[in-house]
Ligand binder design. Structure first.
Ligand SMILES: C[S@@+](CC[C@H](N)C(=O)[O-])C[C@H]1O[C@@H](n2cnc3c(N)ncnc32)[C@H](O)[C@@H]1O
Length: 469
């Protein structure tokens, strides 16, 4: 049967699936695992209790159900999604490592875009999620669905049914230069973004772009403002629906090594146009977290979800780098891959040169059975070599909550690898108060995004390990 005949069935099944999920009491599989308060290299402590932002690591369907349960129905002004495109490809993250002073890149699984029953199973995945997004969208809300030639026409038909043809706002063409060429067909140099609103009164803040004058010369029309840059004369016009924006290139500063990372410039246009300061912006296929990073930059609140472990660690580091507001991380409780074991050479309390008490610790070894990691043979061999030189080389991130009270740890100190260098072995934390009975929570995450934690207690000026998770 051809797919067009299957679309009503996909729509019906998805609608029923969503109704039945929402009709039942929700068994809460997502747990709040931490609050992260960005504090890079002791530069500053963000003392901000306004914490609305959240990252859900797990299947976005469950994340959305949880959000609806928590009262987010009709609360989200902007949803941008960039789901898999049905490319039949396994995507990776590129991780720079320190191999005895030499930089070496390894590649690790990010996500699969391979579908057993092709387009049919792809649409079966996407369709119920689109229904849930509609529930979450506010009356003034807009949804952007980023796709390409493989699926966009089918998703357009589904969206016309779910959101209503009358709410179709635009088809945006994102054009770029990168990508391959062919002698057998025109070079494919664009993605398509479908834009639908929830209703008639939607947020739309028109943005401007440059429009170069013919011949790049000034027109000198009465009342028309003209500008000049190194190319020539131009006017500012309202944004059109064809956007020429470069992809995140190999040498781009934005690049975080996630295969399908989208440019911040693209999200800037979307977020500035279709949300206001304070709006909630959501991305349920977050990848490397571009949406959250841009939302943060423009004072929007954000919610993101992604099922990949790699995505989670990349997002955390990216947001810390941007000194974002604190954010919560949620995870499905049975979706926790243990990250091996971190051994410390020492951990204790001492006075620093200024006579202020500090907690210090020194990393010793990191034990991880690399055989359990699903990684290509050549990288495995390289990693084994690196591990034999320095077992800590696989450790990516250490987060510390200095006042752990037994529920959600507030990770107020973070140390992580950047630019392919290893983590510093020695860590010291200045604290105003160090009290008997105080608990310290230390989370550690490896380069694959798998994390574990240890809890310590201060007993008579000593720091004693009391729990390994
Ligand atoms: C094309 S990438 C998104 C890239 C992102 N826009 C960026 O700038 O990095 C698609 C993402 O969707 C995630 N994903 C796929 N299916 C998912 C699901 N059911 N729940 C949550 N995330 C999912 C993948 O892990 C992948 O990171």
């Amino acid at each position: 049967m051809i797919i067009i005949e299957k679309l009503p069935e996909i729509l019906n099944n998805s609608k029923n699936e969503v109704e039945s999920i929402l009709g039942k009491p929700f068994i809460e599989p997502f747990v709040q695992i931490e609050k992260l308060v960005p504090n890079i290299n002791n530069r500053k402590i963000v003392n901000n209790n306004r914490c609305f932002n959240g990252f859900y690591q797990g299947d976005n369907l469950i994340a959305m159900v949880k959000l609806l349960e928590e009262g987010y129905e009709g609360k989200i002004d902007l949803i941008y999604i960039d789901p898999p495109f049905l490319t039949k490809t396994k995507y990776k993250g590129r991780i720079l490592m320190d191999n005895g002073g030499k930089q070496e890149a390894i590649e690790y699984f990010a996500y699969n875009d391979i579908w057993e029953n092709g387009l049919f199973s792809y649409l079966e995945m996407l369709c119920p999620r689109l229904y849930l997004m509609k529930e979450l969208l506010s009356d003034e809300g807009t949804i952007y669905i980023h796709l390409d030639y493989r699926t966009v026409h089918y998703v357009k038909v589904l969206m016309d049914q779910i959101f209503g043809e009358e709410n179709f706002l635009n088809e945006i063409i994102w054009a770029y230069k990168s990508g391959g060429v062919s002698q057998r067909y025109y070079s494919r140099k664009h993605d398509t973004i479908l834009v639908y609103t929830k209703g008639k009164d939607y947020i739309f803040n028109p943005q401007k772009e440059k429009s170069y004058n013919r011949g790049l010369k000034p027109y000198r029309f009465k009342g028309v403002k003209e500008y000049k840059d190194n190319l020539g004369w131009y006017t500012l016009v309202n944004l059109r629906d064809v956007w020429q924006i470069d992809m995140v290139g190999r040498t781009s500063k934005e690049r975080v090594g996630y295969d399908t990372q989208k440019p911040e410039k693209l999200l800037e246009r979307i977020i500035l146009t279709s949300s206001n300061e304070g709006s909630i912006v959501a991305d349920f296929f977050a990848g490397s977290g571009t949406t959250g990073v841009v939302a943060e930059k423009f004072n929007r609140r954000w919610i993101m979800a992604d099922k990949g472990a790699l995505s989670s660690i990349i997002i955390s580091k990216r947001l810390i780098e941007k000194e974002s507001l604190p954010f919560y991380t949620y995870r499905i409780y049975n979706n926790h891959k243990k990250a091996g074991k971190l051994l410390l050479k020492e951990i204790g309390i001492r006075k620093n040169r200024e006579g202020i008490k500090e907690i210090y610790l020194e990393l010793d070894k990191y034990e991880l059975n690399i055989e359990h990691i699903n990684i290509k043979g050549k990288y495995k061999t390289n990693i084994k070599k690196m591990l034999s030189k320095n077992s800590l080389s696989l450790l990516d991130f250490i987060g510390i909550a200095t006042d752990y009270e037994g529920s959600t740890p507030v990770i107020n100190w973070q140390y992580y690898r950047s630019n392919g260098s290893n983590l510093n072995k020695k860590i010291s934390i200045n604290l105003k108060d160090i009290n008997n009975g105080q608990k310290i929570y230390i989370k550690y995450v490896n380069i694959f995004g798998h994390g574990s934690s240890n809890i310590y207690e201060i007993i008579d000026e000593r720091v004693v390990l009391c729990q390994e998770n």
